[in-house]
Design a protein around this ligand. Sequence first.
Ligand code: FES
Ligand SMILES: [Fe+2]
Length: 341
Amino acid sequence: MIEQQLWHPVIASHQVREAPVACALLGQPLVLWREQGHDEHRVHAWADQCPHRGARLSLGRVLIGLHGARLECPYHGWQFGGAGRCQHVPAAPDFVPPPAHCANVFEAQERHGLVWVRLRPPAAQPLAAGLSEPPAFAPGDDPAWRTVLCGPYELNTSAPRLVENFLDLSHFGFVHEGWLGERGHAQVQTGTVEEGVDGAGLVVRDARAWQPRAYAGADEGAWIAYRYEVPHPFAAVLRKDATAGDPVSNAIALVIRPDGHELCTAWFVMATQGDTSTDQELIAFQDAVFAQDRPVVESQTPRALPIGRSAPVTEVHGPADRVSSAYRRYLNRLGIALGTC
Ligand code: FES
Ligand SMILES: [Fe+2]
């Protein structure tokens, strides 16, 4: 399953502190914990199951000692080091645990204020270049930009439905009337769509929509040009650069943890330059916009996105749907089964 070979966001970094935290990815229960050394803050993601008698490691605690940080199981107190190996069995202190006494360790790293986990290394067939790491997005790592994390938003729909909603300019005048669009200005330009070869994703340039309030703090309407990128089947980035009349540059990345065929959890990583709103105002704006999307997106049936994988596609398309059609082809090329039909 290619989904298990991809990096997925699982939780905001700031939620993993001194205590272990339980989480799940693609049906795999995880324990996340952090090594709090002098300059060591590494995050670990393991199966939330002790290799001894199966207790949940997330009910345990993190011990900091001379030997570094260890995760202690809540049941018999076995201690596991950062690489997952059992280092100490309190009931038999002289016992030297063999390599098989090891937690089930997954790859984990932090990016854009989130912990990303990959359940399986890529199989023999190599993944497209951009998929072997969590998606990078400019200017997500540029310190000249202010970055704000919004979410998590738990949603009763598939990750692909939500990505498609994010790529869709033509709902702005209806779902976000007075905020991101206006009924009387509903026409959009889909721009140029470049479909990467070999699953390299999509880039959409010069998409345009009329926006009455294009950003937090804006007070008049304008045609706004956007650039979209889809670097990962469950992530998309929208970028709007400052122009002569508008001092604000924004890049908003939607990243999603697929929780099942019809369930997902989303975050927005917002990077801004020139916006005088506070972080709280930016988050409140994004929360409000997302609250407008939620009822419509959760109402869509089927919740899985019809890409023609297992059934004939039953949805019809209009000329403004070019980007969503390209996205569906991208999912098809990659062989994404989760959240599609
Ligand atoms: S179940 Fe974890 S130490 Fe026994
Ligand atoms: Fe929307």
